[in-house]
Design a binder for this molecule. Structure first.
Ligand SMILES: CC(C)(COP(=O)(O)OP(=O)(O)OC[C@H]1O[C@@H](n2cnc3c(N)ncnc32)[C@H](O)[C@@H]1OP(=O)(O)O)[C@@H](O)C(=O)NCCC(=O)NCCS
Length: 160
């Protein structure tokens, strides 16, 4: 059954639930996981900036995405949809929300790093594969649990 869902900017009371949703699927040193781990302070800072978005089915948090600005770039990060809500368009709506948010901030490109299985979804939303920018390597990859090997993430970029 297709769910009704809505996407809204995250608010301070959502931080703990966002942390649980993200960190349940965070990268681990054994190569498991799909998302960069984030601590509460990192999530709070992005929520304060209005840079985190939540997908809701009523009172249920069913997905999220964020945009992160650094070194003149903007990156889509922390894209996840709860298992039981997948394949209903929530992921694509979250990607489009991030694209619109980046466009409103004046960027003309949005970067994402994603796993092989999610690449078709990004390509369907207008992203193309590109080399991973050195700014990302220096910023997040340097402290990622996958740094010691096993990283299968690829960079994709959309024109906005
Ligand atoms: C990737 C993810 C966010 C997609 O969410 P979703 O709500 O299922 O996405 P949509 O319903 O909009 O689109 C799904 C479609 O995209 C494509 N797709 C590409 N990669 C996919 C993946 N990893 N999982 C599911 N569908 C994927 C498929 O064609 C799929 O179509 P189908 O449902 O008919 O099989 C979700 O699978 C997820 O949370 N995965 C774990 C976290 C993750 O890998 N995040 C990406 C890191 S940036």
């Amino acid at each position: 059954m297709r769910s009704e869902f809505e996407i809204k900017p995250a608010e301070e009371p959502d931080v703990t639930r966002l942390q649980s949703l993200i960190n349940a699927s965070a990268f681990q040193t054994n190569g498991q996981g799909q998302l960069l781990p984030l601590n509460k302070q990192e999530i709070e800072a992005l929520v304060d900036q209005g840079a985190f978005y939540c997908a809701w089915d009523g009172i249920n948090l069913i997905g999220c995405v964020s945009i992160v600005e650094y070194a003149g770039l903007v990156e889509l990060r922390s894209l996840i949809v709860s298992r039981s809500y997948r394949s209903q368009g929530v992921g694509q709506s979250l990607i489009r929300t991030a694209m619109e948010a980046a466009r409103r901030k004046g960027y003309n490109e949005l970067l994402a790093l994603t796993n092989t299985s999610a690449i078709p979804l990004f390509e369907a939303t207008g992203f193309k594969k590109e080399p991973r920018p050195p700014e990302k390597l220096a910023r997040d990859c340097a402290k990622c649990p996958l740094l010691q090997g096993g990283c299968i993430e690829e960079a994709v970029v959309a024109n906005l």
